[in-house]
Structures are given as C-alpha cells and as structure tokens.
Design a protein around this ligand. Structure first.
Ligand SMILES: NC(=O)c1ccc[n+]([C@@H]2O[C@H](COP(=O)([O-])OP(=O)(O)OC[C@H]3O[C@@H](n4cnc5c(N)ncnc54)[C@H](O)[C@@H]3O)[C@@H](O)[C@H]2O)c1
Length: 494
C-alpha cells in the first residue's frame, strides 16, 4: 500500500489550518505543511496570535508546530515534496458573470490544480477538501490530463470537511464520519486506502466511508442544505408563534422529543450565517437549475428566502417597536460573529441587521468579544452594505458591552455569546434611555425575562410574545431584500 509521509495543504483558512493541525497532532510521523498565498495569514499561524479563533486550536498547534507541522508561503516546494496535497482554498459564491449570486466560484481551485500539475512528478494524491459542486474533481482531472508529462500520475480524491466553526477541534478529533470519494479503478482505490490509513490513526474504521467521487461531492452540499432547511423551518414557525401566542422554544422542545425528528438545529433565531450554509444551498439551487430540475431548485431556494425574511422581519420589528423610527437613535448591537465561539463574520446576520438599521439612520454601537474592530469596519463598509461616509457617521465599535449600551434606546443581541447572559442588566438599564428595549435575536435571555421585566426592560424576542403591551407584529414589507452577493464587485474601504 502507498504510504503517505508528507502532506501539503493549500489554503490556511478556517478549514486548512485546523484540519491539518489535527492531522499533524494525531500522526506525529507525517510531516504536514500548510501553505497560502496570504503572507500575513501564514505569519499569524507562525506567531502566538493565530489568525482564527477556535476553542482548543492553540494547544493543538503549539503541540506540533516546528516539529511535524509547518506554515509557509513556499507553495511550490511544499507541493513538490508532498505525497498528498489537500486543496482547502475558498470557493465563494460567484459575484460576477454566469451563475452570479448562486454558483460556486472555482477560480481558486483551478489555480491550485494548475500549480499542482506544474510542480509534480511521479505519483501524488490530490484531494479536494474545499466544498465544490458535483463534478469539480472531474474538472481538476481534465486540467491534469491536459498538462500531463512522462511519469506523472496524479490521483484525484474528494474528502469534504464537515467541521463546524466554534467546535472545529472537537469535530476533527471525533468526527461523525470521514468521507472519502475516489475512482472505482484499482489506482483510484489505492489512493482511497492511502488516505484512509491517515485517518485511521484516530478515527475508527467504521466511521470512514468510501464512495465514488460524485457521491462524496454531493454528500457535502446536502447536509448543509438539510441543516439550513431545519433552521428555516423553525424560523418560519417562529413567525407563526409571534402571531398566535405560542412559544417557538416550547414547540421546538415538543417536536424535538419525537425521535424521528430529533432535537438538533431547532433553535429559532435572527437567521443563519457563516460562509457555508447560504453558499452551499445556492450552489445546490444552481446545480438543479443547470440540470433542468426547476422544482427542486425552487424548493431549496425557499430555504434562503426564509432566512432573508427572518432577518428583515427582525429589523422591521426593532424599527416598529421603537415608535417607527430609529433615525438618530443609539442602538447597541451585541455580537457581530455569525455564531458564538468564532471570530468569523462571513454572512453574519449582524451585517444584515446593521445595514437595515443604518439605512434608517440609526447610530450603532457594536460590541463583539472576538471580532476585531477592523473586521467590523470592513464588513459594514462593503459597497452595497453602506454608502458614502455612513460607517464613519453611524458606527462606533465599543470595547465592552456596557460602553455599547450606555445611553442607548435599545440593545439588540445578534450572536449567542454566553457572556451576554451574565451581563449586569440593572447597570445597563440605569444608563439607557427609557423605555429601554432589548431585542433578543438569539433567545439567550430566556431564563431572565421576569428579572429583566422587573428591572423595567421591554423585551422583544424571536418566536414569543413576551410583552403584552404590543400588538402582534405584522411585517410592513418596507425593508427591501438585500444580499451580500448582489453587491457591486468593488474593494471595500478600510
Ligand atoms: N469554514 C467552514 O466552516 C467550512 C467547513 C467545511 C467546509 N468548508 C469549505 O472549505 C473551503 C475553505 O473554507 P475556509 O473557510 O477555510 O476558507 P478561508 O477563506 O478561510 O481560507 C481559504 C484560504 O485559501 C487561500 N487561497 C486561495 N487561493 C489560493 C491559492 N491559489 N494558493 C494558495 N492559497 C490560496 C486564501 O488566501 C485563504 O487563506 C471552502 O470551500 C468552504 O466551503 C468550510
């Protein structure tokens, strides 16, 4: 059997970095080199301040960095030396041309394929770890075949990554399954077995599934689509709960006890974010359209539409509750990451809520425990999110939550950070304008409603009518639809 001794991973992002750090940690005899074109990212991986925040990551990196784990910008040499190359580059939704706003942009994958073939001799296994549309491995193979040279033998595998940000290290150390797709030829199967042997260092064999390449590629898009669909389903019910007096958390508990349904991913919220869910569902929609399956495409598109609706509904509710105007009002936004335990803001609902409130002239004071100031400014300055000097005029980044809430008309919780449950709300209330509103977009304050109401807060939350003072909310439909993918393709101002 072919034995993998050296691994190169192209792309030192949220997937490449943690995945290869865990491989190096679990396989001390394999030399793992993670490379990237982004020099500052590589420098950060080589420093005490890693470029991404992930619980447990620092310890794993520090246990093997400089021993069998290396971060480098020398991509060509790392490819040359490797027995196996992971492609872990980004595959964002296209913002231009055919498939704009839906198809995955494969230009970074193609650049990697060309660089690999240029720098390879003899036998090498090339593994797509990035999330790609079905048949992307086929495109990589065609690039290899068109540039082949004597003695070159490149085997292409698909090994999608299922880690979730915030629990990446836990997920990587103890995965539900590892999926490896390869050609059904003897050569393809030899490559599959070689990669299986790497994972077998710590993953039980029965959790390592092997399939054909296309099944493997599709089996990455589908779970994300199913998870996003569950969130959109419970969010749709949250709207119904607000209109009827039911509580979506009680409904979720009741239906989650049905073993056929299960209790995971039934948390109603201001909407899902992150780099994967929307991108992968849109990718699936595009694939179905391209394959002339319009009914299937429409079915999955509705998952995205419901998510957009939930964000607009929440923003409308804030404006509606604040006496139909937020112009010149100070609003504290607590949480900017797309979920807790990560500093990642890609597709975060906070960006959307901030945009809607900025469009109405609100002054936003934003606090997040892990997202750097510069990142919030970059996200909100993106063309399409804000215009002219809107960010400079309307946005302040706060160093702590109390500063953000000082003198505010309302507190809006957009990320479920645990620390927001433990704030001194009495202190916050004292310094806010009255009536003081809390809009809980994540249901983190559920256990505190009585206490908060006694303090004097007016609480508005997703999927439950807390205050009896308000009439049931009906969306005005005034907030127009907006997508980060529709934005003009301009560089953001920093
Ligand atoms: N983030 C997640 O939770 C997650 C989970 C599972 C799968 N995925 C998939 O994994 C892939 C990577 O996602 P990510 O979140 O790590 O992205 P990322 O943007 O954090 O990292 C990608 C890295 O690739 C680098 N890169 C791009 N082109 C390159 C090239 N030609 N040569 C060298 N480096 C190059 C970029 O500089 C960047 O640092 C995507 O396809 C994504 O859909 C992501």
């Amino acid at each position: 059997m072919f034995e993998i001794k050296k691994i190169c991973c192209i792309g030192a992002g949220y997937v490449g970095g943690p995945t290869c750090s865990v491989i190096a940690h679990m396989c001390p005899e394999i030399r793992v080199t993670v490379v990237d074109i982004n020099e500052s990212r590589i420098n950060a991986w080589n420093s005490p301040a890693l470029p991404i925040y992930e619980p447990g990551l620092k310890e794993v990196v520090e246990s093997c960095r400089g021993k069998n784990l290396f971060f480098s910008t020398n991509i060509d040499d790392a490819i040359k030396e490797a027995d196996l190359v992971f492609i872990s580059v980004n595959t964002p939704t296209k913002t231009y041309g055919m498939g704009k706003g839906r198809a995955a942009d494969l230009k970074y994958i193609e650049a990697c394929a060309r660089r690999i073939v240029q720098n390879s001799h003899g036998y090498k296994i090339v593994t797509e770890k990035s999330t790609v549309p079905v048949r992307a491995a086929e495109s990589i193979r065609r690039i290899f075949d068109a540039n082949t040279k004597p003695n070159l033998n490149l085997q292409v595998l698909s090994n999608p990554e299922f880690l979730a940000e915030g629990t990446a290290i836990k997920d990587l150390k103890n995965p539900d399954r590892v999926l490896i797709g390869g050609d059904e030829t003897p050569e393809g199967q030899r490559a599959v077995q070689a990669l299986c042997a790497v994972y077998e260092h710590w993953v039980p064999r029965e959790k390592i599934l092997t399939t054909n390449t296309w099944s493997s590629e599709l089996s990455k898009l589908v779970p994300n689509a199913f998870l996003a669909q569950r969130i959109s389903s419970i969010n749709s019910i949250s709207a119904l709960c607000e209109a009827t007096g039911a509580d979506v958390e009680e409904v979720a508990t009741a239906i989650g006890m049905d073993q056929r349904i299960g209790n995971k991913f039934l948390k109603a919220s201001v909407g899902f974010g992150g780099s994967c869910f929307q991108k992968d569902v849109l990718n699936l929609v595009y694939l179905c359209e391209a394959l002339n399956l319009p009914e299937v495409a429409r079915y999955w598109q509705q998952v995205i539409d419901m998510n957009d609706y939930q964000r607009r509904r929440f923003a409308s509710r804030i404006i509606d509750s604040l006496f139909n105007t937020v112009t010149d009002k100070k609003i504290a936004i607590l949480g900017f990451a797309f979920k807790k335990d990560t500093g990642d803001t890609r597709e975060s609902s906070s960006i959307y809520i901030s945009k809607y409130l900025m469009d109405e002239g609100a002054h936003l004071h934003i606090y997040d425990p892990k997202v750097p100031r510069e990142q919030i400014v970059v996200d909100l300055s993106h063309p399409g999110v804000s215009k002219d000097d809107q960010v400079a005029r309307l946005v302040t980044i706060s160093k702590d939550p109390y500063e953000a809430c000082d003198g505010a008309h309302a507190v809006v919780i957009c990320t479920e950070w645990d620390m927001f449950k433990e704030l001194d709300y009495e202190r916050i209330h004292k310094k806010m304008l009255k009536p003081a509103f809390i809009f809980d977009g994540r249901r983190v304050l559920d256990g505190l409603h009585n206490e908060l109401q006694t303090i004097g807060f007016q609480i508005e939350t997703i999927g439950k009518k807390v205050s009896s003072k308000r009439i049931p909310y009906a969306p005005s439909g005034e907030i127009p639809k907006f997508s980060l993918q529709d934005m003009p393709n301009k560089k953001p101002r920093v």
